[in-house]
Design a protein around this ligand. Structure first.
Ligand code: PML
Ligand code: MG
Ligand code: MG
Ligand code: MG
Length: 255
C-alpha cells in the first residue's frame, strides 16, 4: 500500500485563517516510512528560514496504486548567470524558447515580482495573453501527491552532479509532474526561502536552473504555470492537485 504524505505550515494561524505560508512538503511512501517522514516534516516546519510555524497540518492518505502515473525526470541544465538581472533575462528567453509568447513571459515574471508575500501554490497564466487564469487568489494551485519512484536513487544521481539539496530534489519532482500536465507549456519558479536565490524554467524540453532569480534575503518566491489557451482548467487543476505521480530517473540521467 502506498500513501500520500502532505505537510503545510503557516505562521499566525492556519492558511485558511489568514496565516502566512511557511513551508510545504509532499511525499509518497509505504507504511513503514510514514512515521519518520511525518517527524521530519514537523522538524522542517519548526526550523524553516521563513519563520517558525505555529500551524502544521500533516495529511496521510492511502492512494490507489492502479491510479499512479509515472513521468520522467527532466534533463537538468544549470545556466551560469552572474546576477539577478541576467538571470531573469535568461529565464524569459528560456520561456520564449519553450513556447510562451514574449509578452506573456514578461507578464508572468511581473506577476511573481508583484507578489507581496509567497503563495502556498502556483498561479496559472495564459501562455499567449499573459492573463492570470485561476481564481485562487493568494492561495494558488498547490501541486500535490508526487515523489520520486526511488528517492535514494534520485539523491545519488543528483549528488554525483553536485546538486544534492532538498530544494533541487523537490523542485525536480514537482517540475516533472507539472511539465507532463495537459496544457502546461512551461513553468517559472524561484524559491521563497530567503537564503536560496535560485530558480528555474521547466518544460518538456528540460529543467533550466538559474542560480540568481531573486536577491538574497527576499522571502518572496513562487511559481507560474503557463497554460495553452483553451485548456480545460478544471481537468488541469484536478491533475495538479490530486493525480498521484511518481517520477522515474531515465537511464541516461543516472550515468
Ligand atoms: C524552492 O525550494 O523553494 C524552489 C527551488 C527552486 C530552485 C531549485 C534549484 O536550485 O534548481
Ligand atoms: Mg515550499
Ligand atoms: Mg524549501
Ligand atoms: Mg520553500
Amino acid at each position: 500500500m502506498l500513501y500520500s504524505v502532505r505537510m503545510r505550515a503557516a505562521q499566525g494561524g492556519a492558511h485558511e485563517a489568514g496565516g502566512r505560508h511557511i513551508s510545504g512538503a509532499e511525499r509518497i511512501a509505504g507504511a513503514g516510512d510514514l512515521a519518520a517522514l511525518a517527524a521530519a516534516m514537523v522538524t522542517r516546519a519548526l526550523s524553516h528560514s521563513r519563520g517558525r510555524a505555529d500551524f502544521i497540518n500533516i495529511t496521510v492518505e492511502a492512494i490507489n496504486e492502479e491510479n499512479v502515473c509515472r513521468v520522467p525526470l527532466l534533463p537538468v541544465t544549470t545556466v551560469a548567470v552572474p546576477d539577478v538581472h541576467a538571470g531573469r533575462e535568461a529565464a524569459v528567453a528560456q520561456l520564449i524558447k519553450a513556447g510562451v509568447a514574449p509578452a506573456a513571459a514578461r507578464q508572468g515574471l511581473a506577476a511573481l515580482l508583484g507578489l507581496a508575500d509567497s503563495m502556498r501554490g502556483a498561479m496559472l497564466v495564459c501562455a499567449e495573453s499573459g492573463r492570470r487564469l485561476d481564481n485562487t487568489a493568494m492561495r494558488g494551485v498547490r501541486v500535490s501527491r508526487m515523489d520520486a519512484v526511488d528517492p535514494a536513487g534520485l539523491t545519488a544521481v543528483l549528488s554525483r552532479r553536485g546538486l544534492d539539496n532538498a530544494h533541487v530534489r523537490e523542485a525536480l519532482v514537482l517540475a516533472a509532474k507539472v511539465a507532463a500536465a495537459p496544457g502546461v507549456v512551461a513553468e517559472l519558479c524561484w524559491s521563497d526561502d530567503p537564503e536560496y536565490t535560485a530558480g528555474y524554467v521547466a518544460s518538456k524540453d528540460g529543467y533550466y536552473r538559474f542560480p540568481y532569480l531573486k536577491p538574497y534575503g527576499s522571502p518572496v518566491g513562487g511559481r507560474v504555470f503557463f497554460v495553452t489557451p483553451g485548456s480545460d482548467l478544471t481537468a488541469l487543476i484536478e491533475y495538479l492537485e490530486r493525480q498521484p505521480v511518481l517520477v522515474t530517473v531515465p537511464e541516461e540521467a543516472s550515468e
